[in-house]
Write a protein that binds this ligand. Structure first.
Ligand code: FAQ
Length: 319
């Protein structure tokens, strides 16, 4: 008997379809939309993929704040393209979730009614141009560290969407790095602006990986199903390891006085994350939660005529 991917099955006989599902997971094959899957697997995927999609869509707002004020035509064109890419990522992800039997309308309603989460990071504000650099370097950087392993997620449509998304995210990360590099090679005032922005974004970026492993209720099952391949803390640690040499190239200081290489652990020691702040933000009390949801609802209402026109066109084509 293969050890079950669905932990609720431990210690009992599997039905033939449960056995087949377990075998597919055990041999690292992909589960496709028409395959049988446990309800809890389907539910977890819908939760994670739709939250991820909402994050991409809400995540357009902090950067769109700077499109009209980008410092040059080149920077403006790059920023517009990046924000459009995030919209595209949201759409691939909504499509992947739809293959699990939920409609786009249901997912949107869950977001607008405050029943679905989106990433904590997008509830922080972007008061300076350097924040465009920090979002690219730190937020897209964290997104890549978290999402590259998701390219191997056991659910086919999710893994395949992630491959394309990761390619674009790595371009985003480099453009953010380059904004910060240019600022760090500029005037004293520009260097101060870059450092101040990194100071604000560093800890929230580390929170993107989710709660510590011993407080992460979904991780054990999601890892057994091979949706997640690494734990929240493993990925966070790997991300910090990536940042340290990049910060040296930039000439910025990571705002953690306890950040130190630990030879024995072969990993960085770091200060404790302020988990109260994380819980406040995901409970809706972060610096920009209300504004993000207000704008999202407004955009949804303003788009009503587009949805009506598309539906009328589809009806006409069908007839
Ligand atoms: N924010 O048991 P776990 C991007 C929730 S996209 C808010 O550890 P799980 C691109 C979690 O949902 C960024 N909530 O959960 C971009 C759960 O609540 P629930 C989004 C969080 O799912 C760049 C509860 O806490 N990326 O950045 C957060 O196993 C620039 C317990 O947590 C993804 O969504 C958080 N940070 O692991 C766009 C990646 N962390 O649902 C624009 C896919 C945890 O039970 C500009 N998702 N929670 O009520 C994942 O990899 C996972 O879902 C984790 C959380 C790792 C985020």
């Amino acid at each position: 008997m293969t050890s079950p991917a669905d932990l609720s099955l431990v210690g009992r006989e599997f039905s033939p379809e449960e056995a087949q599902f377990n075998d597919l997971i055990a041999e690292d094959s992909r589960i496709e939309p028409r395959d049988w899957m446990p309800d809890a697997y389907r539910k977890t995927l819908i939760r994670q993929i739709s939250q991820h999609a909402h994050s991409e869509i809400i995540g357009m707002q902090p950067e769109s704040n700077w499109i009209s004020r980008a410092p040059s035509l080149k920077r403006k064109a790059i920023l517009i393209a990046k924000v459009q890419d995030e919209a595209g990522h949201g759409l691939y992800l909504y499509s992947a979730a739809q293959t699990l039997g939920i409609s786009r309308e249901e997912m949107t309603d869950q977001l607008l009614e405050g029943k679905a989460k989106y990433s904590s990071i997008f509830n922080y504000t972007t008061p300076t141009w350097a924040d465009m650099g920090s979002i690219g370097w730190l937020v897209d950087g964290a997104a890549i560290a978290n999402q590259v392993p998701l390219c191997r997620a056991s659910y086919g449509p999710y893994g395949r969407a992630m491959v394309r998304i990761c390619k674009e995210e790595s371009f985003h990360q480099r453009q953010g790095f380059e904004i910060l590099l240019e600022l760090m090679q500029g005037t004293e005032e520009q260097r101060r602006m870059a450092q101040e922005s990194v100071n604000r974004w560093y800890w929230p970026a580390l929170m993107m990986f989710g709660p510590p492993d011993d407080e992460s209720p979904n991780s054990t099952q999601s890892m057994a199903w091979k949706i997640k391949r690494f734990s929240n803390d493993e990925l966070r640690q790997r991300f910090v390891g990536m940042l340290v040499p990049q910060a040296e190239v930039l000439g910025v200081t990571l705002p953690d006085p306890n950040l130190k290489w630990n030879e024995e652990k072969q990993a960085y020691d770091m200060s404790e994350i302020d988990w109260d702040e994380f819980h406040e933000v995901i409970a809706g009390r972060g610096p920009a939660n209300a504004e993000r949801m207000r704008r999202r609802r407004e955009a949804h209402e303003n788009g009503a005529w587009v949805r009506e026109a598309a539906a009328a066109y589809a009806r006409k084509q069908a007839a």
